[in-house]
Ligand binder design. Structure first.
Ligand code: URA
Length: 471
């Protein structure tokens, strides 16, 4: 099933594939097995709504990575999948073939169960930074391979890199050793993790075939399953600031992820959570890193803490270190209270070259030199905060990127002073902008203000957790 076509571009970074050797038009490449139908025949079968066999999908992915299948053939197949979809069995075969196109991390030497979390991306979503060490402190190993921000949604790697010195690059052996020693490592995708996904995503990005549930499912799960995990908790965001704008689309993606992850032999649960308004009070890399660390200090905004506890409890259950949801929440709260989550993050930051003082005292994370309050002339209640508009403003300010090769400015961003339901009076600041030298505060200020809908009627924030999808 195709999702809504206006969805923005998500995380993986495309790279040019020009250098690859194309197959001859209409002809299977010489290494293509004569026992299989030709590539044009397989494309035609999918185009006409038929199903592909596991061996056929494996051969397609293998041939694509080896340059035996041309980009135009793979693009045509992606378009056929976009319109005709795939069965869960086909999507599972695609996921596993893409996972096996590269290295699958061998985590057998890590004795604890290994569980990761993946978010489909949102504005102000900094959950991974506090969740991973907190869960590790409770005895579940978290081998987390994350992405960079692209489009209006931020990326965990950019947030981590706002901690001075922090490196997100590491070899696979070192990654496994850190997970063994500390219980957690937070790194970026290495070139040998699911390379078929990287190449296919590059084609999808330029052929209008990103918004396909089976292709998104295979893309997300192939990378996550390559981490050598036992279980995965998915945070599928829904709303204006999310990749999936409607609950129906988000639900369809969540169901596909859970079904295919389960068929692939993993424990997978998906939460549908709201992304109408930004999560927490900050947007921008250093600001978000600071806010996430505050959670481990027992401070920080309530919505961020709540999502961290909800997803964390699920991870503890998958990790077999809690009896039930209540027990899991108690353990997580205790790990905040006794600072053990903070200690794990300190060890991770230390091991990955970052400045551990930023963990002890998050106010030492660098901040922008120009901070400008944005005030309203209205009286009333905040009824809506447009997450998409603020995410796009963040990108315009330099906190995010529109092309994979762009650098981000770690210091710029937005701090919300008001949230949905808050009262405001004329002259009060609804937010503040953290700007770099020479940035146009008037223009950015107008855009920020326009993201707040203020009216006379009282309002309440939408529920944070919409639903949970299990096997
Ligand atoms: N995120 C991914 O990793 N891949 C997709 O195709 C879409 C979102």
């Amino acid at each position: 099933m195709a999702a809504k076509k206006s969805a923005p571009k998500p995380a993986p970074q495309p790279e040019p594939t020009k250098a690859r050797k194309p197959a001859k038009t209409g002809e299977p490449a010489s290494a293509w097995s004569s026992a299989l139908p030709t590539v044009p025949e397989l494309i035609a079968r999918k185009r006409d709504g038929g199903a592909l066999q596991t061996a056929e999908i494996q051969a397609i992915v293998d041939g694509f990575v080896k340059g035996q299948i041309a980009d135009y053939q793979m693009s045509a197949l992606a378009m056929a999948v976009f319109f005709k979809g795939m069965t869960p069995e086909e999507t599972t075969a695609l996921t596993l073939a893409m996972r096996d196109s590269g290295r699958v991390v061998d985590t057998k030497s890590v004795r604890a169960r290994k569980v990761d979390k993946h978010s489909t991306g949102g504005v102000g979503d900094k959950v991974s930074l506090c969740l991973a060490p907190l869960v590790a402190a409770c005895g579940v190993a978290v081998p987390m391979v994350s992405g960079r921000g692209l489009g209006h949604t931020g990326g965990t790697l950019d947030k981590l890199e706002s901690i001075p010195g922090f490196s997100v690059s590491m070899g696979v052996e070192q990654f496994v050793q850190q997970v063994r020693d500390i219980g957690c490592a937070l790194i970026g995708q290495t070139a040998d993790i699911a390379p078929a996904d990287k190449r296919l995503y590059a084609l999808r990005d330029v052929t209008a075939t990103v918004e396909s549930i089976p292709l998104i499912t295979a893309s997300i799960l192939s990378k996550k399953l390559a981490e050598g995990i036992d279980g995965l908790v998915l945070d599928v965001k829904v709303g204006r600031g999310a990749f999936m704008k409607t609950e129906a689309d988000a639900r369809a993606l969540a169901q596909s992820l859970v079904r295919v992850g389960t068929l692939a032999g993993k424990e997978v649960t998906a939460y549908l959570t709201s992304m109408e308004a930004p999560l927490g009070r900050t947007i921008g890399n250093a600001l978000e890193a600071r806010e996430a660390i505050e959670i481990l200090h027992g401070k920080g905004p309530q919505d961020l803490r709540e999502i961290t506890l909800v997803l964390g409890a699920e991870m503890l259950l998958m990790g077999r270190v809690a009896k039930n949801d209540r027990d899991a929440r108690r353990k997580l709260e205790a790990a905040i209270q006794d600072r053990s989550g903070l200690r794990v993050l300190r060890q991770v930051v230390d091991a990955q070259g970052g400045d551990p003082r930023c963990v002890e005292d998050p106010s030492t994370i660098p901040r922008a030199s120009r901070i400008v309050p944005i005030t309203t002339s209205k009286r009333g209640h905040v009824q809506k905060i447009d997450a998409l508009a603020l995410g796009q403003l963040g990108v315009a300010m330099g906190a995010g990127r529109t092309r994979a090769d762009q650098a981000v400015d770690p210091l710029v961003g937005i701090v919300l002073h008001k949230q949905i339901g808050d009262k405001v009076a004329p002259g009060e600041a609804v937010c503040e902008l953290h700007l770099s030298k020479g940035q146009d505060e008037k223009l950015f200020g107008e855009r920020a203000l326009a993201a707040f809908t203020i009216g006379s009627a009282a309002a309440t924030p939408p529920p944070l957790v919409i639903d949970v999808i299990r096997k």
